[in-house]
Design a protein around this ligand. Structure first.
Ligand code: MG
Length: 158
């Protein structure tokens, strides 16, 4: 069995007039994440982890923010494309683990929905996807609620 591991990181700024979409779930909040796509920071970190595991570059290479085609894109659709790329290399996801770092809002009530949504899109069992949420203890830009960050690792097997 061939086993590959990858890690991914992403951060997006918070601002007004934007939806807050994390892990494919629309979370009620007065601020949303700013980005060229829907700025789903968790999904982006997961995609980079999957690409990194196979040394296939990063999401900026496949979905450049300069390309109007990806403006407002649903990141779950991009995730499906990355998954297809992984499958085309004859690899499958064993598991994914992740952390979302946000001072507010409280993400815990939304984690099950994120896990369900991501596992559905990736055709995995929910227990193959770990999602944790933590604050940054009010430290740095994330602590000042200027943005939300996410970290992910993906284990791929063939
Ligand atoms: Mg991003």
């Amino acid at each position: 069995m061939n086993i590959r591991i990858g890690n991914g990181y992403d951060i997006h700024k918070l601002g007004t007039g934007r939806r807050l979409i994390i892990g494919g779930v629309d979370i009620p909040h007065e601020l949303g994440l700013i980005g060229h796509s829907d700025a789903d920071v968790l999904t982006h970190a997961i995609m980079d982890a999957m690409l990194g595991a196979l040394s296939l570059g990063d999401i900026g290479h496949y979905f450049p923010p300069t390309d109007p085609k990806w403006a407002g894109a649903d990141s779950l659709k991009l995730l499906v494309q990355v998954h297809q790329l992984v499958r085309s290399h004859n690899f499958a996801i064993s598991n994914i683990d992740s952390v979302v770092v946000a001072e507010r809002p409280k993400l815990k009530p939304h984690i099950k929905a994120m896990r369900d949504r991501l596992s559905e899109v990736l055709e995995l069992e929910p227990n193959q996807i770990g999602i944790k949420a933590t604050t940054n203890e009010k430290l740095g830009p994330v602590g000042r609620e200027e943005g939300i960050a996410a970290y992910a690792v993906a284990l791929l097997v063939s």
